[in-house]
Design a binder for this molecule. Structure first.
Ligand SMILES: [Zn+2]
Length: 85
């Protein structure tokens, strides 16, 4: 049986907490959030984007996840994000 870590990703549209599995980290069945997960797990989640929300089917993008980690940056225009990416 394969082991994995689980990362909770909150849908920015409906607030549903989606659980994504990642095999990138130590895979000790540790429940993470995007704020708490190791870098390799975070990278794996980002590379698997977009993630379809189980509840509302919204496609959660890498940008949505990063914005959710930095609430203050919501005030900036998407031009800022174009520069970041
Ligand atoms: Zn949703």
């Amino acid at each position: 049986m394969g082991m994995f870590d689980e990362v909770t990703i909150k849908c920015p549209k409906c607030g549903e907490e989606n659980i994504e599995q990642s095999k990138a980290g130590e895979c000790l069945l540790i429940p993470y959030t995007v704020d708490s997960c190791p870098d390799e797990v975070f990278e794996d989640i980002i590379l698997n984007c977009p993630i379809s929300c189980l509840k509302c089917k919204y496609d959660i993008t890498a940008r949505d996840i990063i914005i959710s980690m930095y609430p203050r940056l919501r005030i900036f225009s998407f031009d800022i994000w174009a520069a970041v990416y």
